[in-house]
Design a protein around this ligand. Structure first.
Ligand SMILES: [Zn+2]
Length: 383
């Protein structure tokens, strides 16, 4: 297989994100803060954008790169005019013209001073597939270090968007720390992380932490309607998104409805397991253990399944409380009602705690055989 072009991969990743998210949804406090730092000339050399997958980290990083490097920088008073309804700095979003050469190149993922680094990028560099690329390696960090010390070719700031930072092990993380300790001029590192808690404290302390929280369901719903979603689809996907607009947009744009399929499959597995005996339940835990051992996407799919289950049991609690307006799986109301009748509040509570604990145990590398075996045998009611 011919070695793919690294630049092409960078391009694909960046344009993919722009294609999925035509604009950043929510997080106005973060865009206000970053725009203020540009206007005041007080940009940090390193940031961590943290938050769950699909919340908008990549899109925010690209917007920041655009605002930093747009050739038509606006003066402060012009910015105020661009945001006539804004109340002070926080209300102003990141501003870029979208038309100058820098804006067009960055948006197309072709700008030589804006680079996205990830496990996928690393895999293309090394031609190593599978588990060999489960972590960002020290060689990749050194490649960033060599790159970043060069001054920008074209514009104001070199921007390095680093995905998958949570996968760095000690050696790579320590190498990375060096870059953060000796920040190069006119370069910005943006680390995208699902959680800042899994990063070395020494890394976190050298970066400005921007924690992206869940976006309001109604905001996501409006964004989906803007994209042409019907009322029902917008409402369902926004509720399922759990604050992650990127997830909702991808689910809407995905013609195969992979995310909805994932949900249906996870719920079907739960339905099959509920009447099952001990042997069936242990068998399922065993299947999941094998999947878990394959690593990568398989592990992620098990965590996704648990998240979907959590949403389902939360919905069961809501149905029992009569709070139907807060349901996630609004299109499955009949099934929820039938099940809710057969369960007690205590059983539902036990399952909610059990799923949360099993997910945390898996995160801490307890095997699914133990973590899920306990959940399936001791917590999951037989109905
Ligand atoms: Zn521009």
């Amino acid at each position: 297989m011919a070695k793919p072009n690294a630049e092409a991969n960078n391009l694909t990743m960046a344009t993919l994100s722009l294609h999925e998210n035509p604009r950043l949804i929510g997080h106005t406090w973060a865009t206000g803060l970053l725009q203020s730092s540009i206007a005041a000339g007080k940009v940090s050399h390193a940031y961590i954008f943290s938050g769950p997958a699909g919340v908008g980290k990549t899109r925010l990083a690209l917007d920041f790169a655009l605002a930093l490097n747009c050739e038509n920088q606006l003066a402060e008073h012009q910015l105020a005019e661009q945001h006539p309804t804004g109340q002070g700095q926080e209300a102003k979003g990141l501003w870029y013209c979208g038309e100058c050469r820098a804006c067009r190149l960055i948006a197309a993922g072709k700008h030589s001073d804006v680079t996205t680094i990830s496990l996928a990028w690393q895999a293309l560099q090394t031609e190593n597939q599978g588990s060999a690329n489960a972590n960002l390696k020290i060689d990749t960090i050194r490649a960033i270090q060599a790159e970043i010390s060069r001054p920008p070719k074209e514009v104001a700031w070199r921007v390095y968007i680093v995905q998958d930072v949570n996968t760095m092990q000690a050696a790579a993380a320590n190498a990375f720390l060096k870059t953060l300790e000796e920040p190069p001029t006119r370069a910005i590192l943006i680390l995208l992380s699902d959680s800042d808690r899994t990063l070395l404290p020494t890394i976190v302390s050298r970066c400005q932490l921007i924690e992206l929280r869940a976006v309001a369901t109604v905001t996501i719903e409006e964004a989906l309607k803007e994209q042409g979603a019907s009322e029902l689809i917008a409402h369902t996907l926004a509720a399922l998104a759990a604050g992650r607009p990127g997830w909702a947009l991808r689910a809407f744009q995905d013609r195969t409805h992979q995310d909805l399929n994932d949900r249906d499959e996870a719920i079907m597995q739960l339905m099959e397991l509920l009447p099952g005996d001990r042997i069936k339940r242990m068998g399922f835990a065993e299947d999941l253990t094998k999947k878990w051992q394959e690593g990568g996407n398989k592990r992620a799919s098990i965590q996704t399944m648990l998240n979907i289950w959590l949403g389902w049991w939360r919905d069961l609690a809501l149905v029992r409380a009569g709070l139907l307006q807060f349901l996630t799986n609004v299109d499955k109301l009949d099934d929820l009602k039938k099940q809710a009748k057969k369960l007690t509040d205590l059983q539902i509570k036990e399952m909610l705690l059990g799923i949360t604990r099993a997910a945390a145990q898996l995160e801490g590398n307890v095997t699914p055989r133990l973590a899920l075996g306990d959940l399936f045998i001791n917590k999951l009611p037989r109905i």
